[in-house]
Structures are given as C-alpha cells and as structure tokens.
Design a protein around this ligand. Structure first.
Ligand SMILES: Nc1ncnc2c1ncn2[C@@H]1O[C@H](COP(=O)(O)OP(=O)(O)OP(=O)(O)O)[C@@H](O)[C@H]1O
Ligand SMILES: [Mg+2]
Length: 403
C-alpha cells in the first residue's frame, strides 16, 4: 500500500497514535506555550488590544511551537485546544468563550447558570458550569489575577479582567447565590468613525462632537446602564490634543488612554482586607486640582461630594472635561447632577446649584437603545444633544439649545 492513500494502514496508525496521544501532546504544547509566555515580558503589555487580539496571538504562538517542536506529528489546533490554552493562561475557564463573542456585551452568572446580553437582547443559557465548585474556582482565578480578595468579611469584589472587561462578584450569605457580573470590553476600536458605522450618530453629529472636544466644552454623557456612555467617552478622550494634560478618575481603569503622553490615571480604592483606607472619587478630584491638569475626566459621577467638587473645578477654569451619569434625558442628567451636589451642600438653594451646574456644563449628550426594524437587534444612539447656556432663564431653569 502507498502511504498517503486514505485507506493506508500507515495513515490509520498515525491517526490512532494521534488520537491516543493527543491529550499528552496537547499538554506538552500548552506547557511550551506557557513557558514562552513567561519568558516574554511584553506579552501582557497589550492590555488595550482585547480578547480577540490575544486569541489570534495565542493561535500563532501555538502554530509556531507545533511547527518547530512537533512538526513530525501533523498536529492541528482545534477550537477546544485553543480554548484550553486561553483558559490556562488567562484562567477564566467557561467564561472565555463568551468573552470572545463580539456580540455579547454583558455576562451574568448566578450560581451555575448564565444569562448574556447579545446584540442588546437577553439570552438565558441555563446551566453552564457543572458544579458550584467550578464557579468558586473561577472566582479564585479572578482573585488571583487581580490580587484582591472576596470572602466572608468582604463579600464583594470589583475588578477588571485581563482583557479590560469590568467584573463584579458577590458571594453568599450577603446574596442568596453567587453572582458574577461582567461588562465585556468587546475590543471595539474606540474611534468616532467606528461608532458612526455602528449607527451611534450621523456625520453631522460626528462633526459637532469633534468641535465640542476641540473647543474645550465640558461634556456630560447621559444614558441608562449599558447605553455606551463609557465607550463614547473613550472615543472623545482620543480627540484631546496630545499636548494637553488629562487626569482620568475612575473606579476601574475602563477608559484607556495609553497613547496620550500626558494622561494620568487615578483609580478609586474601596476598603478591603489589604487596604483599610478607602480612597473615594472626591479625594481624587481634590488631588487632581493640585496636579494642575488641563482636563479632568471623571469616569462616572456617582458620589455627591465628587459631583460638587467637580462642579467647583469646572467653574474655576477647568475646561474640556468629560463625565458620564445615569439619566433618562439631557435635562434629567442636569437635574441628577444638581441633586447630587445638593446632597452635599444642603444649605444651597436649588436655584444656586442650578446656576453652578449651568456654568459648569456646556453640553449634554443622551444615549439610548434603538431597535433595528428589520433585524430586531438593538443598537446605541445619541438621542439628544443640548448645549447649556451659562445663565438661567427668567423662571430660574436651564436655557438649553437642542441640536
Ligand atoms: N455603539 C456600540 N455598538 C456596539 N457595542 C457597543 C457600542 N457602544 C458600546 N458598546 C458595548 O456595549 C457595552 C456597554 O457599553 P459601555 O460600558 O460604554 O456602557 P455604559 O453606558 O458606560 O454602561 P454603565 O452604565 O454600566 O457604565 C460594552 O461592552 C461596549 O463595548
Ligand atoms: Mg460606564
């Protein structure tokens, strides 16, 4: 018989050998891969590149190892092996598959079950983990990678995963079940052009946004959760001229600005077992004022003290600052900011705070989900854009110019 013929016993033997020894060979290849990664100090430096990038990089590295060390075996990489390698390196097991699906923006794990948001719609996937131990194992890996703890004493963990995804964990008895929530950093190329292609706005708004950033307007981005506020903020930051100093204040480093030479990242710190002094947004806004930044970017206005301090900072010469806020319209966003500031300065009248807000904020963008009539899938859109005049109207309300 001629070797190479499909019915050849030689070939059959080769296949059998491969099938029998595949797990062992696979193990060896993945071990070599891990060794190479350990030796490559720059491997994890591309944090910005996201999940798909690492998937491709690992695939190429595996192919390289097979070609150089296992060439005789005619071994090929299948999806399962790639998954295995990824989860061993990044340590997120069953999560990996969902993190790399570009259509998935949110993952909710409740004990062994999973729910995802795909194309803006909820999809219940049922049981994804075999046992609750697998879920705790996943939490252990997240803990290990972040260097943070979650236990009976501090049953919450907020961190980012290796690809920039935002992750929160809550464990019983504070909750009835284990809850893991992931906001997937789905490696969108954060450019305005890119968001325009995704129908977030048209070319007119594209020009307007550029003009807002370059003319140093203070911009508030409003919307419900998941509406794309942080993503839009990320793209606007990229338009800031390179000679300006930016201070970025966030809870987790979601806004990426590694290409900007003067971007300074400040991250809040909750109380934990390792660090018992909490560092809040307001403290970071305060420090920022001393650091003399040209622009202050506050990832999300949440804290009443920080809201007030931000308003003060914006009224004392900081222009071109951006922030996001949970709100249902542009007007609602201004009201929410006003309420937060009033919670802090209870002695101020509503009119006085409105005046401070009106002088501080120049423009508000409101994002909302829209449904595509044909496909039924959802997309994110800037629904409202207003410019806020410095002076209030006769009734003491905001003067808004709608675009
Ligand atoms: N225009 C878009 N098209 C497709 N996906 C998008 C778009 N904008 C954002 N996303 C994705 O949607 C998810 C939510 O976006 P983002 O984190 O910006 O929302 P958010 O409004 O800041 O949410 P939160 O209020 O929870 O902070 C992310 O996974 C992001 O990558
Ligand atoms: Mg956000």
């Amino acid at each position: 018989m001629i070797a190479g013929n499909d019915k050849s016993p030689v070939k059959a033997l080769n296949i059998n050998l491969q099938e029998n020894y595949r797990p062992i060979v696979e193990r060896d290849i993945i071990t070599s891969l891990k060794k190479r990664i350990r030796e490559d100090s720059s491997f994890f430096n591309d944090g910005l590149s996201g999940r798909q990038y690492y998937r491709e990089k690992i695939y190429l590295m595996l192919s390289g190892i097979i070609n150089s060390d296992f060439a005789a075996l005619n071994f090929h990489i299948d999806e399962k092996m790639l998954e295995k390698a990824l989860s061993e390196i990044f340590g997120l097991g069953a999560l990996e598959k969902y993190l790399s699906d570009e259509k998935i923006t949110d993952i909710f794990i409740q004990d062994t079950e999973m729910l995802v948001i795909k194309d803006g719609n909820k999809e219940f996937l049922g049981k994804v983990f075999e046992t609750i131990e697998d879920v705790y194992l996943l939490i252990d890996r997240i803990k290990l990678a972040s260097g943070k703890t979650v236990d009976q004493r501090v049953p919450f963990l907020n961190t980012e995963l290796y690809d920039g995804s935002r992750c929160s964990v809550v464990i019983p008895p504070v909750s009835d079940r284990v809850y893991i929530t992931v906001r997937v950093f789905n490696c969108l190329d954060f450019k305005l052009e890119n968001l325009m292609k995704l129908k977030m706005f048209d070319s007119f708004v594209f020009g307007l946004l550029k003009e807002f950033v370059l003319s140093k307007k203070n911009i508030l981005i409003a919307g419900c959760t998941g509406s794309g506020k942080t993503t839009l903020l990320n793209t606007l930051v990229k338009l800031v001229p390179k000679n300006e100093i930016i201070n970025l204040i966030q809870d987790l480093p979601e806004i990426k600005c590694s290409n900007h030479p003067y971007a300074r990242m400040l991250t809040t710190r909750p109380k934990s077992r390792e660090t018992d002094n909490e560092i809040n947004q307001d403290r970071l806004v305060f420090e920022t004022l001393r650091m003399k930044a040209d622009r202050i970017i506050l990832g999300e206005v949440r804290d009443h003290m920080a809201a007030y301090q931000l308003l003060q900072a914006l009224n004392t010469g900081h222009n071109g600052s951006f922030s996001t806020i949970h709100a249902d319209s542009c007007y609602d966003a201004l009201m929410r900011l006003e309420m937060l500031a009033m919670e802090y300065r209870t002695n101020l009248s509503s009119r006085a705070v409105k005046k401070i807000v009106a002088r501080a904020i120049d423009a508000v963008l409101f994002l909302e989900f829209e449904s595509d009539k044909e496909s039924g899938s959802k997309y994110r859109k800037i629904k409202e854009i207003v410019e806020v005049e410095d002076e209030l109207d006769k009734r003491g309300d905001y003067r808004l110019i709608y675009h």
